[in-house]
Write a protein that binds this ligand. Structure first.
Ligand code: TNX
Length: 532
């Protein structure tokens, strides 16, 4: 018997071999290539453990319909035999992980949750011919998947991409396309930056002026001028998402196993809201929706009216987003107005608050309490460390990694988004050769080299680093195609940082795979930066 087992394992190993150059991005934990292939055709059937798992193959089937004119037939009764893809539950597999065995006539997929099955299909998709990605019917296309055995699971549970829709506004169709590409690179968190000085982008029914006034600015600064006098154009610019559109995008993301984290900025970056409701400021205004970039002195006042307003806003935001997190900003809030405001000073005296930084802590903690009591957790930018952290806050470390290290040492969860590696608004190549960007330099190789867990942390503290995210601030990205140019392929590099085991990361190998992967992006209609 023993000899038989040894002989059998030898035969199966002989049919599979290691091949790191397979163009998978992010690269799986373990890949053993075989000989031969499985062919998907109109007779291929797929069985899933129960109906909840069907969502995990929905997008694969939709593209199959486009390119092949048919869908995989799905059943919940166990199928075996030729031309079947059998998916089974295996509780020993890590959350979001999967095992994929393509074995000529059959495919076996194991996962502990539907997320894992979804990611198995993203991997399979990258093993199909590139023409699969085309938006046209190709009934003759042979949908061969090479024989392979893959074991895979993510390194981090938080794998994020951010998009600023305030400085420039992007259509629902574009946001969906962005989420699509995130999901195919196995990202699972979309940080939707919905409010800022230059535009408020989410409909709030109780405050209609947020859509009528705050969503529109009467011009935009031209070029990269940083100081007054700013040259403005006079084009009215703006837009917002209705709550119906938000629901549609949230559902779309859910079907791709992406959770959307909305950001409602406070107490700074509030000019757009203050333009509509100046009574929420310290000085009373009047204000206009900002037409240039930067940091503005006028911020939300700490009067009771502001808390009522923000709690009303959040009460409409909460039911729209199933995410456990709501991002409440906290960055770049000058304290000048608070220091000269009778109401803010009175509040400080009443609560024995000594500094304006501590007053910001009071602000964030109050909102945190409100959100916690409604079943939500907060995320804030690393400035929220300055006056003491709100008790349950997760910190997004953007000004380098110091804030993240500090928060992890205080046993707070951390998401790493250091501008020095993960700001995709920075140049990716010599600025002389590039369209205008905000400055600085984060080329592909630098993004790829990023290590989210700082050496300064002990193994126990390192557990608080739940993942990383790239931020896409759009001051200098006026069009959707230019956002794509700045995001791709740097997002591909980040996908490997947050998904793949550290030990297998190798930039040269990634770059080789990327040259083929780019052809796939091209078929998907992505305007990526082609490289030198
Ligand atoms: C800083 S990152 C900001 C944004 C800007 C960005 C430009 C952060 C929390 N605040 O408001 O758009 O720099 O790189």
């Amino acid at each position: 018997m023993k000899t038989l087992i040894i002989a059998l394992s030898f035969i199966s190993l002989a049919c599979y071999s290691q091949k790191s150059q397979w163009p998978l991005v992010p690269y799986p934990e373990k890949v053993v290539m075989g000989k031969g292939h499985f062919t998907i055709n109109s007779k291929t059937e797929i069985s899933v453990p129960d109906i909840e798992w069907i969502t995990a193959i929905k997008t694969f089937n939709e593209q199959l319909q486009v390119v092949g004119g048919y869908k995989l037939k799905v059943t919940t009764t166990t199928k075996s035999g030729a031309n079947t893809i059998r998916c089974i539950t295996n509780k020993s597999i890590a959350n979001e992980g999967y095992k994929l065995a393509v074995k000529g006539k059959t495919i076996l997929i194991e996962a502990s949750t539907p997320n894992g099955l979804f990611y198995a299909f993203q991997t399979m998709r990258q093993l199909l011919p590139i023409s699969y990605e085309e938006a046209i019917l190709q009934p003759e296309l042979a949908l061969n998947i090479p024989n392979v055995m893959i074991e895979d699971a993510p390194r981090f549970s938080y794998r994020g991409m951010h998009l600023d829709v305030c400085r420039h506004f992007f259509s629902v169709a574009f946001v969906k396309k962005y989420i699509d590409r995130m999901a195919s690179h196995k990202f699972n968190r979309f940080h939707w930056h919905l409010t800022d000085d230059q535009g408020w982008r989410i409909e709030i029914k109780k405050y209609p002026k947020l859509a009528e006034v705050s969503a529109w600015r009467n011009g935009t600064v031209i070029g990269s001028v940083q100081k007054a006098p700013f040259p403005y154009d006079t084009i009215r610019y703006g837009g917002y998402y209705s709550q119906e559109q938000i629901k549609e995008v949230v559902q779309y993301a859910k079907e791709r196993f992406v959770t959307i984290i909305p950001e409602i900025e406070m107490p700074g970056h509030a000019m757009a809201a203050l333009a509509a409701y100046p009574e929420l400021s310290c000085s009373g205004g009047p204000f206009e929706v900002a037409k240039n970039w930067g940091v503005f002195k006028d911020v939300f006042c700490t009067r009771e009216e502001t808390f009522n307003f923000l709690q009303d806003v959040l009460s409409e935001v909460i039911p729209l987003f199933p995410s456990e997190y709501i991002h409440i900003g906290g960055d770049e809030c000058p304290k000048l107005r608070w220091s000269r405001c009778a109401a803010c000073q009175k509040r400080m005296a009443e609560h024995s608050i000594k500094t304006e930084n501590e007053l910001q802590n009071y602000f964030m903690t109050r909102i945190e309490k409100f959100l916690n009591s409604n079943g939500k957790q907060i995320i804030g930018w690393d400035e929220i460390l300055e006056g003491g952290l709100a008790p349950n806050a997760t910190v997004m470390s953007w000004r380098g990694v110091k804030g993240g290290i500090n928060a992890a040492k205080q046993h707070h969860n951390v998401i790493m988004t250091p501008n020095s590696y993960l700001y995709f608004d920075y140049y990716q190549a010599d600025k002389k050769t590039q369209p205008l960007a905000i400055g600085s330099f984060n080329p592909l190789s630098k993004v790829y080299s990023y290590e989210p867990v700082p050496e300064e942390l002990t193994a126990d503290e390192a557990k608080y680093i739940i993942g990383a995210q790239a931020n896409v601030w759009t001051e200098f990205m006026a069009t959707e195609s230019y956002v794509e140019y700045m995001v791709f392929p740097r997002m591909c590099a980040l996908s490997e940082v947050v998904w793949s085991p550290k030990a297998i990361r190798n930039f040269e190998d990634f770059n080789n795979r990327l040259s083929i992967h780019k052809q796939r992006l091209a078929k998907q209609g992505i305007n990526f930066y082609p490289g030198e």
